[in-house]
Design a protein around this ligand. Sequence first.
Ligand code: S3P
Length: 449
Amino acid sequence: MSAHDVQRPMSSHKAAGLKGEALVPGDKSVSHRSLILGAMAVGETRVTGLLEGEDVLGTAQAMRALGADITRSEDGMWSIHGVGIGGFREPDDVVDCGNAGTGVRLIMGAAATTPISVTFTGDASLRKRPMGRVSDPLALFGAEFNGRSGGRLPLTMTGASNPVPVRYVSPVPSAQVKSAVLLAGLNAPGETVLIEAEATRDHSERMLRGFGATVSTELTGEGHVITLTGQPELRPQTIAVPRDPSSAAFPVVAALLSEGSDVIVPGIGLNPTRAGLFQTLKDMGADLTYENMREEGGEPVADLHARFGPLKGIEVPPERAASMIDEYPILSVLAATAEGTTIMRGVKELRVKESDRIDAMARGLEACGVQIEEDEDTFIVHGRGADGVPGGATCATHLDHRIAMSFLCLGMASQKPVTIDDANAILTSFPIFEDLMTGLGAKFQRIPA
Ligand code: S3P
């Protein structure tokens, strides 16, 4: 029995105003990529600020199973001795990626052009998620897949023995698909090309360049065309992982909706492919400022300063969706406490995340007395204004960390407490969430299951 077989319900009560500084953990996307690229370089990659949440620890474990030597020193520095491109060995056992869609999809890509067999599985959430979106392009390199219906996990992949480079037009706006293709292209001769209609987060491209690969990005009539030159020698790197804007979203929004709040969230990356939420909050009239703007590791970084104030509902531009795809659950919570209606269109990717996030938020918000409308690709929240959300419900979290954290934030501003059925999933991406938020003044209560 794993620790997660026991549910951990938790309730969130009205907070008197959050105050202080919130040091959120390292970026999940950059953390996964640091371990995977470190494992594909020859020599020692050193990483500080790695997110030590379950998703990323699962990727570290998978890289060890594939032959990399990974250790953590007492001061939190991670050292990865990589095996080089094409150097992965066949794991002795099933690779269990837990809850991590990014982990499993990127690792599949990284191993797809090495002639080994790997069987992947994950938790009940991950086993429901579509894997065809990565196995389809990876099959073009010559990899073979044998999974459950719909290509779902558990799935066995046999990597290509004679990989060929691929040109692939991604049918979905997904950095995971893009990254899987680029990582597979590392061990194919010639140029691998990935074309995406909308720009998704570009950490893989930036980090691949940092490790010494040649990657170009060009905007053409076809879309964003990313070209990788195969079979480079990846050089080990020293990486300082920036703090995660998707985790920063929780204390920032909690401050905006909880009366009397004044919170600083230092050192948050504002890479334009990730910062859509913060612009949206400003469009809603939020008292959110960027302070101490600087550049770190080639990325714009700022301290976010968020204070409570009146907010209005808005229509979120659909072309912004990719840059805030993980932030719609917490945005919908803020929308519930704003005056007026917030319309989110072009959001159907939310249906295939750790849970169907439109459905999960819609049902929980309704149970808390908020009126919503939805269709396959649209989510509309009718705001009830500050102090207008009744609350008083227990919301199902469906093994989804962002749903769990979002409803705990809703409880901080609703009339009656909001309870979640299970807080365990929060450990996948934000293991210090409970301590960090209660340290700012949130009132959470663990409830015996
Ligand atoms: C991620 C990409 C996004 C995001 C996920 C992390 C990544 O998924 O939802 O949390 O690190 O590449 P998609 O690329 O599938 O949209």
